[in-house]
Design a protein around this ligand. Structure first.
Ligand code: AMP
Length: 214
């Protein structure tokens, strides 16, 4: 199964993609994670991308195109994949169509996670990553705010620089201007499966699986 997870920043695409990836045994491809790794490893495009990511803007389409072409050429994607954070512009969606054509992929599933801007802004401001195990947590949902519920490490939480409120608001503007039109591009091409992203992680996950017939 080829799945495109669509939705505003912070709506829960990464969290849901990880759960689905485990259940469906297909890789989770997050372009945000790929870029953050490149930044950490100081690769050529990582160095170019850092300031752009920190400002909440989009990394240029030519860089993103190369990243996704390379990733989708890997063998582990042959039985399917979950795209999280790609495509984010109509140009990226057009490139993805070409890749799908080459790979004879005719019926990708498009899952749209819907939410409310203010709810997401509050959620993102409280989002943290465990620097030990990589889990994504939300401080609002944790009883013990300094301990990772997944690996038990204390004081391991780090906040993404682009989760500061000002940057989050910038990311929303970018989303509405550049990424929302991608949905229009897909209208009439593929079926949209819509789920309500304001519910609990568990419920959103159950709704996605139901929509996918899993
Ligand atoms: P994410 O983790 O998906 O929220 O992505 C974090 C940041 O990485 C975004 O705000 C962009 O700066 C950059 N990024 C991730 N995916 C893309 C993409 N498909 N196109 C352009 N920039 C991207």
């Amino acid at each position: 199964m080829q799945l495109i997870l669509f939705g505003a920043p912070g709506v829960g695409k990464g969290t849901q993609a990880k759960l689905l990836s485990n259940d469906l045994v297909i890789p989770h491809i997050s372009t945000g994670d790929i870029l953050r790794n490149a930044v950490k490893n100081k690769t050529e495009y990582g160095l170019k991308a850092k300031a752009i990511i920190d400002s909440g803007e989009l990394v240029p389409d030519d860089i993103m195109g190369k990243i996704i072409e390379c990733r989708l050429a890997e063998e582990d994607t042959l039985n399917g994949f979950i795209l999280d954070g790609f495509p984010r512009t109509v140009a990226q969606a057009e490139l993805l169509e070409k890749i799908f054509e080459e790979k004879n992929i005719t019926n990708p599933k498009l899952v749209v996670i819907k939410s409310d801007d203010e709810i997401i802004i509050n959620r993102l401001s409280n989002r943290r990553n465990c620097s030990q195990c990589g889990s994504i947590v939300n401080l609002l949902e944790l009883e013990i705010k300094f301990e990772c519920p997944h690996c038990g490490t204390k004081d391991s939480f780090v906040k993404r620089e682009d989760d500061e409120e000002e940057v989050i608001r910038r990311r929303f503007k970018v989303y509405n201007a550049q990424t929302a039109p991608v949905l229009k591009f897909y209208e009439g091409r593929y079926e949209f499966l819509e789920v309500n992203g304001t519910q609990s992680v568990k419920q959103v996950s159950a709704d996605i699986k139901k929509a996918l017939g899993k």
